[in-house]
Design a protein around this ligand. Structure first.
Ligand code: SF4
Length: 87
């Protein structure tokens, strides 16, 4: 294999890898049972404030099916709240 064809082959493989990576979901959704989903809040925490919740569709990026905004599951996650400095 000469230098030019090796370079073309490597370039082709890099482009192919990027195409596969960019079109494949990084994670698959799991069932409600897997994430212990419940239709009610837990300790005041709800899907509505979870970063995985898709408000306009009432769906979740982690859990399959329709999601109740007042529900909760084990994958609940919110960004930590910023501390405010008193002046
Ligand atoms: S709490 Fe669970 S079901 Fe609700 S939005 Fe977050 S990850 Fe999805």
């Amino acid at each position: 294999m000469n230098d030019l064809s090796r370079r073309l082959f490597l370039r082709y493989m890099a482009i192919l890898g990027l195409a596969v990576f960019s079109t494949t979901a990084l994670y698959a959704k799991g069932t409600k049972a897997k994430y212990k989903y419940q239709e009610t809040p837990k300790d005041g925490k709800t899907c509505l404030e979870c970063m995985h919740f898709v408000k306009d569709k009432n769906e979740c990026r982690m859990v399959e099916g329709s999601i109740n905004p007042d529900g909760w599951c084990a994958a609940y996650y919110t960004l930590p709240k910023k501390k405010t400095v008193k002046k």
